[in-house]
Write a protein that binds this ligand. Structure first.
Ligand code: FPP
Length: 240
């Protein structure tokens, strides 16, 4: 009898390599981001097909505001266009979209799109697609510490009662399981301020492929890699 393959409940992806892909093709950087949207579609389909319940994509870091204004503008435009173009299809697929990150610096239009996609897809039960947009893990932790300190100050929480759950419930990812697997494309091997608390027991996978070349097959390959990993959570298993 064949054993059931382990499927991660939550996969998180750092979509890297759009700029290099564009350069290789003799194109502008923003064209790499446009091509990257097709990979977003592909991984959403592949995640849903494989029974992954949570898919988190690092779409825009707090540090990304420092990129040339035209590139930032192009990414914001792409976000708005993607929301309008994809919302019906996402809903049809049973995908619920949630945006994490600070709701600061955005234009009114982007804020409207964020509200629209979240409320429009609210009923989705097959897969939750989390977009980290204006997200930084250190900032997330600072805000969590501030809110915990405030609750202590108000007498709502005792210092001794602060534990893993209190911290997790104070983060932007509250209510989400930790990622079982974190993928970063383009061969770079860093977390770049992404899900630092939540990554404690994640399996890491760093394929060489650039984000616009990350297809459904590449996602399936990542799941195969995950299924072969031996997760021990600091314990020992029968084999060792
Ligand atoms: C990293 O590649 C990619 C980004 C900073 C933006 C990711 C955005 C998209 C895939 C399109 C927008 C999608 C949504 C859902 C808003 P890079 O530019 O750092 O590539 P490089 O390291 O080769 O320069």
């Amino acid at each position: 009898m064949s054993e059931k393959r382990a499927i991660p409940e939550h996969v998180a992806i750092i979509m890297d390599g759009n700029g290099r892909w564009a350069k290789q093709q003799g194109k502008e950087r923003y064209e790499g981001h446009i091509a990257g949207v097709e990979s977003v579609r592909a991984v959403v389909r592949a995640a849903a097909r494989n029974g992954v319940k949570w898919l988190t994509l690092y779409a825009f870091s707090t540090e990304n505001w420092g990129r040339p204004a035209a590139e930032v503008e192009a990414i914001m435009e792409l976000f708005c266009k993607s929301v309008m173009g994809e919302c019906d299809d996402l809903k049809r697929q049973g995908v619920k979209v949630r945006i994490i990150g600070e709701r600061t610096h955005f234009s009114e239009r982007v804020l409207t799109m964020i509200d629209h996609i979240e409320s429009y897809t609210e009923g989705g039960e097959r897969l939750t697609l989390v977009l980290a947009f204006n997200y930084s893990s250190r900032r997330e932790m600072v805000l969590a510490m501030q809110s915990i300190a405030q609750r202590v100050q108000l007498g709502e929480l005792k210092v001794e009662a602060i534990d893993d759950d209190v911290v997790a419930d104070s983060l932007m990812t509250r209510g989400m399981p930790d990622p079982d697997m974190i993928i970063r494309t383009s061969g770079e091997c860093r977390l770049s301020n992404f899900l630092l608390w939540q990554a404690s027991y994640a399996e890491f996978y760093f394929p060489e492929v650039l984000w616009p070349d990350f297809t459904e097959e590449e996602f399936d390959k990542a799941l195969e890699v995950f299924a072969r990993r031996d997760r021990r959570y600091g314990l020992v298993t029968d084999e060792n």
